[in-house]
Design a protein around this ligand. Structure first.
Ligand code: NDP
Ligand code: PYR
Ligand code: MG
Length: 631
């Protein structure tokens, strides 16, 4: 006998047809076919999930699905009633454990691994097994576990992707899918995707071209969308665009899982990305947020400029990084007492991250009264060839780098530039480990009471200097931040905490603000607002301890604060598309937040067969064994 919900579907009248339904839960069931039923890609859409992908139809879930589907699984937290009514009684040990107890066990389990990659694998397996437990564990232990699901360990996971690959997560779209990318996108089982994070794997952290193995990055970024900003996991889609790789080692590696040829470039590549963007909005709507991540610098700038007024998109490496560094600089002003225009900046590395930061800082200086040229004059850029000067070939100066070129002799080394410029702020985004030498750090300390040092390159192995080196060689006076985390440093009896100057302080909150307001395009002001929001959440006590960013355990509050500020901005400027305007913006933002807490698995709507329809007990018939009759 079918449960009541299905029975009611079957009795929809003589004109109804019954069709097989496949939904995002991978569930097959029956549903009536009528005018309100939509067909797409040969399958009927699951009407039960039309409310934000949250509602689960009990009539369509088999008992065992509650243990096998990571979104339904609660492990030993199913009550006796749930176990019996869902038909999973006996499929688990008889003990009951609350979610809190389960989180404690997971904490202990993850700590038993000495190797970070094994911790990563444990967490990936947990996410595949029990989504709410995974996010509960992550959200309650951000400081301890962010370095595992994110930088630095995610870098190692990408490098070893071919070896550790177990279960699919995210969508792989290859250059061979041109012409039917929408069909591939339709294979994604979620109906209510709101955010896409996409990479082509060409510049994965500071590790270079990892091709298809770069998938770990959008997966990690989107785990932070949920863990740091509460964006529901089913609204997030990680995408890897595989156009090949120029990494010779990977091309020869039998474990490599991507297309085994050099990168496709030029018009074919551009049209491929165009088709992908169109396919996303066709399937999920015009204001689906598309975050570009870890593209090589020329492509990063090209797509940002091409799409920013056409789609709801931003480039995290350019804009998110710019915002987090500006936040750190604004926080540092409270210590140094200098206004933004009173600072000179030297950038070591002049790629996507550095140029994004330089441009946003210049914009912020203009808001404090400088002309754009005066602002740019305060900023000195260096790349692998040394100081960026006016005598360079203009065609080699991409992404607006030429705006910062100086009319100076081409100084080659960082120490020469630091000695010449005497900057207040030194920013590394070069992927070149150890380049902030003791000599460079000493020079910063000689000309500044409180030198400001950012070693942004990821993962840890690529940082321009360690936190310890920064404090030792500036006699404990620097204000230091790094892209990947460093433990606190003890120097001459004092403990210094360091902040993580990472765009993770920005992109989750920005995404939450965009979703809450339905903005169609993301203007540069968004990143100025986000920077201010981060800087103002830093308390004087935290600043006193040496860090330029709020502690990671506060990062969920930071994201909400950013989202509220973006709500205020979007409604004031008429950029929001969600109406009516919510009066209490914080309350509104909170309605968007995913809760990792387990919910009852027997919704009120669930109706069980009435007593008279229950199948009677099986009659026990006597059987004959070797001629004798047994009851
Ligand atoms: N903390 C954070 O939130 C973020 C950190 N990052 C990190 O920043 C780093 C750079 O990223 P991104 O800007 O996108 O990368 P790009 O490849 O776009 O830029 C790298 C820049 O560094 C220069 N460079 C490379 N080697 C040296 C060297 N030995 N000496 C001087 N300059 C050098 C390159 O010069 P040339 O072009 O001449 O080769 C280029 O200008 C990465 O490690 C990335 O992980 C990025 C985004 C966010
Ligand atoms: C943090 C980040 O986005 C990067 O290193 O690329
Ligand atoms: Mg990145």
């Amino acid at each position: 006998m079918l449960p009541a919900v299905s029975r009611s579907l079957l009795s929809n009248g003589p004109t109804s047809r019954i069709v097989l339904t496949s939904c995002r839960h991978g569930i097959i069931g029956v549903a009536p076919c009528n005018n309100s039923t939509s067909f797409e890609n040969g399958l009927q859409r699951c009407k039960f999930h039309s409310v934000g992908g949250k509602i689960i139809s009990p009539s369509q879930v088999k008992g065992i699905d509650h243990l096998r589907d990571p979104r339904l699984n609660k492990g030993l937290a199913f009550t006796l009633e749930e176990r019996q009514l869902l038909g999973i009684h006996g499929l688990q040990p008889p003990r009951f454990k609350t979610q809190e107890e389960q989180i404690e066990i997971c904490q202990e389990s993850v700590r038993r691994y000495n190797d970070d990659l094994n911790k990563y694998l444990y967490l990936a397996e947990l996410q595949d097994r029990n989504e709410k437990l995974f996010f509960g564990l992550l959200m309650e232990n951000v400081e301890e576990l962010m370095p595992i699901v994110y930088t630095p360990t995610v870098g190692l996971a990408c490098q070893k992707f071919g070896l550790i690959y177990r279960r699919p997560r995210g969508l792989f779209i290859t250059i061979n899918d041109r012409g039917h990318i929408l069909d591939v996108l339709k294979n994604w089982p979620e109906e209510s995707v709101r955010c896409v994070c996409v990479t082509d794997g060409q510049r994965i952290l500071g590790l270079g071209d990892l091709g298809a193995q770069g998938m770990g990055i959008p997966v990690g970024k989107l785990a932070l969308y949920t863990a740091l900003a509460g964006i529901p996991p089913y609204q997030c889609l990680p995408v890897l665009l595989d156009v090949g790789t120029n990494n010779e080692n990977l091309l020869e590696d039998p474990l490599y899982v991507g297309l085994r040829h050099k990168r496709v470039t030029g018009v074919d590549y551009d049209e491929f990305v165009d088709e992908f963007m169109e396919a996303v909005v066709r399937r999920y709507g015009q204001n689906t947020l598309i975050q570009f991540e870890d593209f090589a610098s020329p492509n990063a700038f090209k797509f940002l400029n091409k799409y920013r007024n056409q789609y709801c998109t931003f480039n995290d490496d350019i804009q998110g990084t710019a915002s987090v560094v500006l936040a750190g600089v604004q926080a540092a002003q409270r210590v140094t007492g200098k206004t933004l225009p009173q600072n000179k900046f030297v950038f070591f590395g002049a790629g996507a991250a550095a140029l994004g930061i330089a441009s946003l800082i210049a914009q912020a200086m203009v808001m404090e009264g400088l002309s754009l040229q005066q602002a740019r004059d305060q900023i000195w850029m260096m790349d692998i060839d040394g100081l960026v000067t006016k005598d360079r070939d203009p065609k080699s100066l991409l992404g607006g780098l030429g705006h910062f070129a100086k009319d100076k002799p081409p100084l080659r080394t960082l120490i020469d530039v630091v000695n010449e410029v005497k900057p207040q702020v030194l920013i590394g985004a070069s992927t070149a480990a150890g380049t902030f030498t003791p000599e460079v750090l000493n020079s910063m300390a000689k000309t500044n009471e409180r030198p400001i040092i950012f070693a942004l390159s990821n993962p840890t192995s690529k940082a321009e200097c360690t936190a310890e080196q920064a404090f030792i060689h500036t006699q404990g006076r620097c204000l230091f931040s790094s892209g990947s985390p460093f433990p606190p440093v003890e120097y001459e009896g004092k403990i210094y905490k360091t902040g993580q100057g990472n765009n993770a302080y920005i992109f989750p909150g920005v995404a939450l603000g965009i979703l809450a307001t339905g903005m169609y395009h993301i203007k540069e002001e968004v990143f100025l607002i986000a920077a201010k929001a981060v800087a103002e959440t830093l308390t004087p006590a935290e600043l006193e301890s040496g860090t330029l960013y709020p502690p990671l355990k506060q990062i969920q509050n930071v994201s909400m604060h950013i989202a509220v500020k973006l709500c205020e901005y979007a409604y004031e400027k008429g950029l929001a598309s969600v109406y009516p305007e919510p009066q209490d913006k914080m309350a509104w933002v909170k309605t968007k937040i995913f809760s990792y807490k387990y919910e009852p698995s027997l919704p009120d709507t669930y109706q069980w067969p009435e007593a008279d329809t229950v199948k009677p007990k099986r009659e026990i018939k006597p059987v004959t064994v070797h001629g004798a009759t047994k009851a």
